[in-house]
Structures are given as C-alpha cells and as structure tokens.
Design a binder for this molecule. Structure first.
Ligand code: NAD
Ligand code: GLY
Length: 354
C-alpha cells in the first residue's frame, strides 16, 4: 500500500486519502470516517458505468447498506432540478441524519451531492470520492458546493466540509484526454499561485511523473488556504485565479466550454492585462501562455470583451460596484486587487489577444 494522507484542519478536520486502487477497499475508510451508517451514492451516468459497482461492493462487504442515484453526466445537470431530484431520492429512501452521502465522480457530482448533503435534514455526512483530475486537486477539498442558475455559474451554493476524501488516482486512467487537460489547468493554477516548481513540472506538457504526488501537493496547498480562510472572505479568494473571466466564458458558451479550459483562458487574459498595468513581472504572461499551450489549453477566448464583462457583472465575486480579481505578480505569487466594475472592460480588453 502506498497511501498519501493529507489532513485538512477545518472544523473537526478530515483526511484526504490518495492511493491507487483505494476504491476497491473504500468501505473500510467509509466506516472509519462515517461509522456504521447507510450510504447514498450520488454519481453521473459515465462514472456509474465505470466505478459504481466497485464502490458499492466494497461498502456492502463492510455491511453498509447502499442506495444509488445516477444523473446525466455534464455541467448542464448542475442545476436546481437535479438538486431537487437528489433531495427527493434521499427522502424517498428514508436516509436519516445519521446517514452519509457519497459523491462519486467529478466536480459536477461533488458540487451537487455536497449541496444536497448540506441541506438535507439541515446537513448529513458527506464523503467525497473524486474521479477527475480537477475534482481530485480542487473541488473535492474545501467544502464549496454549488449549482448554476440561468443568470450564471455557481450562483447558489453552501459550504459543506466532507468527513473524508477518498481519491483513487487509478480512476484517471479512464479519463478522456480532454478531461485530463481540463484538470491540468487547475494544477497549473496552483503552480502560478504557490509554487514555481509545480508550474515548471508541467512546462513541457508531460503528464507528470507521479500524479499521486501532484494531487498531494495541490491538496496540501488548497488545504492550507482553506484552513486560513474557510468562508472565502480573504486569502481563499486567491484560488479564484482566472475564475472571473473563466466563469464568464463558461456562461457565454452556455456551459459547453469546460471549467478548466475557461479558467486557463481567464488566467492568460489576467496575466497579460497584469503586465500592461505594471503588476505582473514582464515575461510572466508569456511563460504562462507557453505552459498552457504545451498542455493543450487555451490562452484566449473568442467571446467579445463586452460579452465577457456583461457575464461577469452577475458573477458572485462582485461586491457592489467592485469586483476582486486575482493577478499574478510572478510565478508562485499572486495578489488580490479590487477593481471598479467600470474599469473591468478596459482591464479585460488589455488582456485579450483576439
Ligand atoms: P465533471 O464532473 O462534469 O466531469 C467531467 C466529465 O468526466 C464528465 O463527463 C464525467 O462523467 C467524466 N468522468 C468523471 N470521472 C471519470 C473517469 N474517471 N473516467 C471517465 N470519465 C469520467 O467535471 P469536472 O471537470 O470534474 O468538474 C467541473 C465542475 O467542478 C464545474 O462545475 C466547476 O464549477 C466545479 N468546481 C467546483 C469547485 C469547488 O470547490 N466546489 C472547484 C473547482 C471546480
Ligand atoms: N475552487 C475555489 C475554492 O475552493 O475556493
């Protein structure tokens, strides 16, 4: 067994277990973290075909009663209707306050199942089992949950820390290449925020020697940030690097551009604009563009500045007439900068290439 464990000291604290093949014996860790409770596995149609049976068998081997709910894969399902269906499913199956929701899948599953676990009976146990690179390095840790509304991305949500995160890097072997690249955008984001070494490790676009080690580093960076600012009132906002423009791109594309791709373009736009206003060290934007492009990620968006700004005005990072942006100073160091919404158009315009 080659298990990596990262402790997240938020609330009562929880462990993130990272180990190849861990899903085959996740029942033991479920019991250790949530006790002798029933499990409601929430998953999407793709992940259900690949991993539902494995997880359900391991839970049943530990005498844990299992129910499962499968929704149609994709960002379009991350809405209030799917959330309602999950809540109705929990109630129909008489899950109690003592029981546990298992989020088995990517960030869409984690956000929906986490939301449901946080409001059903005003909160029941949650265990995250991420199966995409993006959810392994980011969304399964830290407790944010959300659904999209027609006005924009993640506009309704809660904070719900899990009891444990059980991450099996072997699941990434079935991930389509585009989905793997989608997750790399978040890894590169951590590099720009916290670690030139992590950033440089992805410079040539290779998959990385040991993805378990990469996941461990990212989770540790995120864990420290969330420990210092669980509810996103300061330091945690740094994790939104590339997200203001990224969310606008997602919304303008009617959620057909995946989150990581949108964030990648958002990071590059902010870095170019940051150089033009003198916050970002010269050459940083080019270094970011190179790494993103080498990893098959976009560095700009086809949507017009006006459309991006209009979408950003309903972003939840807006606070009255200002919006907080994350701007790189150099690789490994970013700052928060409040911008008046009136100046946002000019700022994004400075960062657009085409
Ligand atoms: P996703 O959950 O839609 O997964 C992407 C695709 O991969 C889906 O089609 C899914 O069925 C498929 N898939 C998942 N695991 C697989 C596997 N092992 N093998 C084959 N296919 C697999 O999307 P995502 O990229 O994981 O997450 C994006 C979502 O996460 C966005 O909605 C974003 O807003 C959210 N997010 C949330 C947080 C947070 O802190 N809560 C942070 C970052 C992103
Ligand atoms: N993904 C950003 C956060 O968790 O704060």
């Amino acid at each position: 067994m080659n298990r990596r464990t990262v402790r997240i000291n938020v609330g009562k604290g929880y462990d993130v277990y990272i180990e190849n093949g861990i899903l085959s014996h996740c029942g033991e860790l479920f019991k250790k973290s949530a006790g002798n409770t029933r499990a409601a596995i929430i998953t999407d149609s793709n992940v259900a075909n690949l991993y539902l049976e494995k997880v359900a068998s391991s839970l049943k081997n530990e005498d844990i009663p299992v129910e499962s709910f499968v929704f149609e894969a994709g960002e379009k399902s991350k809405n209030i209707n799917t959330l309602t269906s999950i809540l109705e499913f929990l109630a129909e199956n008489r899950l109690t306050k003592a029981d546990t929701v298992v989020a088995l899948g990517g960030g869409v599953t984690g956000d929906l199942a986490g939301f449901a676990a946080s409001v059903y009976f005003r909160g029941i146990n949650l265990i995250q089992m991420p199966t995409t690179l993006l959810s392994a390095v980011d969304s399964s840790v830290g407790g944010k949950t959300a659904v999209n509304l027609s006005s924009g991305k993640n506009l309704a949500g809660t904070f719900k820390q899990p009891k444990a995160v059980i991450c099996d890097p072997e699941t990434l072997l079935t991930l389509p290449d585009g989905e793997f690249r989608n997750g790399k955008a978040e890894v590169i984001k951590y590099g720009i925020l916290f670690s030139k070494e992590l950033f440089d490790g992805f410079a040539d676009g290779a998959k990385g020697k040991d993805i378990g080690e990469t996941i461990e580093s990212c989770v540790a960076f995120k864990g420290k940030t969330v420990e210092n600012d669980e509810f996103d009132s300061g330091e945690r906002k740094l994790l939104n690097l590339g997200h203001t423009v990224g969310h606008s791109i997602e919304k303008c594309s009617n959620f057909t551009v995946p989150h990581g791709f949108a964030v990648a373009a958002g990071i590059a736009i902010v870095a170019r604009a940051g150089e033009k206003i003198g916050i970002t060290q010269n050459g940083t934007a080019k270094a970011i563009e190179n790494v993103l492009e080498n990893n098959g990620l976009p560095i700009d968006s086809e949507f017009s500045v006006k459309d991006l700004v209009s979408a950003a005005l309903s972003d939840k990072k807006r606070d009255g007439d200002k919006i907080t942006l994350v701007i790189p100073q150099k690789i490994g160091k970013c700052i928060l900068k409040d911008l008046s919404v009136n100046d946002l158009e000019d700022f994004i315009d400075k960062g657009k290439k085409y």
